[in-house]
Design a protein around this ligand. Structure first.
Ligand code: PMV
Length: 324
């Protein structure tokens, strides 16, 4: 029996998106990406390896998963067992402090917390870069959730150099996000399936990796200048270039829903009225507004005319992975 270890990891939202894999098994991306880790949304995961178990027991938010539903977690635990030279199965208990199915990247916080808890419970003492590379094997976006603040995932070439590095862990200017929850249903096309379909079929995909790399360079300069407007403009344009690749896939698909366009239009109208705010979105219909804390009350007041107040979640920058 090993000790039970609990780790906490926060979710992150990419300002420059990861979109498309070079290696689907190792999760090596086609482009580097950059995200902001968020304080209020996190996952707590406890792992213990127990010799008496006959299979991995995985509980998420109090629900025991079937073998099929837990397959990604089993595969991940196999990787940890292999590295640690362990054969015992594990008890995994994970709680998401993210509104249920809000499309707020619970796979990022989930696999980052699992990587930290499972590796330590298995007796591996991994450094943060090693943890980031391990989390990557669970979910690409989890690579970045090991660190707080602004985080860059350097795409690298292989398992040993595709990892996140903190770009700015302590943020000393006013930036936060408002997540607008539009549709709580599970995604129609999972990010994994969506990016695979785009890479395989969209004639526009070839333009994505080079444009994302240019956006990343510009984004890092904008962060160093603490230029919220430039950060917002770059993030918005980058997200829309990513979403353009889904419409050009075969068969075409989109993560947009009618309410997504309503939210985007509200943000554009606010901006036309002198409030600086910008939008981004991931592999789902929810919109995240990038803004300052100072302007948040004005933005919330406008958004509340269209969306229920409890569907608007304000998120400040958050920390990296911790043991609790
Ligand atoms: O790590 P995944 O498989 O959840 O993919 C994440 C992809 C995006 O959220 C769309 C972009 C990103 O960089 O987080």
């Amino acid at each position: 029996m090993t000790k039970a270890i609990t780790a906490r990891a926060h979710t992150n939202i990419a300002l420059i998106k990861y979109w498309g894999k070079l290696d689907a098994d190792l999760i090596i991306p086609q482009n580097s990406s950059l995200s902001l880790t968020l304080a209020p949304f996190y996952t707590d995961t406890t792992v213990q390896f127990l010799p008496e178990l006959t299979h991995d027991q995985i509980k998420i938010d109090g629900q025991l998963l079937s073998t099929a539903a837990g397959q990604r977690v089993h595969t991940f635990l196999d990787l940890v067992r292999q590295r640690a030279g362990l054969t015992a199965f594990a008890q995994v208990d994970s709680t998401n402090h993210v509104p249920t199915a809000a499309g707020l990247a619970s796979s990022a916080s989930g696999f980052a917390a699992l990587a930290a808890a499972a590796s330590k419970a298995a007796g591996l003492e991994l450094s943060l870069p090693e943890l980031s590379r391990l989390a990557r094997r669970g979910s690409g976006s989890a690579t970045r959730s090991i660190y707080g603040g602004f985080v860059e995932w350097q795409k690298g070439h292989d398992d040993l150099d595709s990892q996140a590095v903190p770009f700015q862990e302590k943020i000393d200017f006013d930036i936060q996000m408002i997540a607008i929850l539009l549709d709580p249903r599970p995604k129609k096309v999972a990010s994994r399936a969506g990016m695979a379909q785009v890479v395989a079929t969209s004639p526009y995909y070839a333009a994505w990796p080079p444009t994302a790399e240019q956006d990343l360079i510009a984004m890092k300069a904008a962060i160093l200048k603490k230029d919220l407007n430039l950060i917002g403009q770059l993030a918005e344009a980058n997200a829309m270039k990513m979403h353009a690749t889904t419409l050009s896939a075969n068969p075409p698909f989109t993560y947009f829903e009618p309410e997504t366009l309503t939210a985007i239009e509200l943000v554009q109208n606010l901006r036309n009225n002198g409030v600086s705010c910008y939008y981004t979105m991931d592999a789902g219909p929810n919109v995240k507004v990038i803004c300052s804390a100072k302007e948040t009350p004005a933005i919330l007041a406008r958004l509340q005319q269209h969306f229920p107040a409890d569907h608007l979640l304000v998120a400040k920058p958050g920390p990296g992975v911790t043991y609790i």
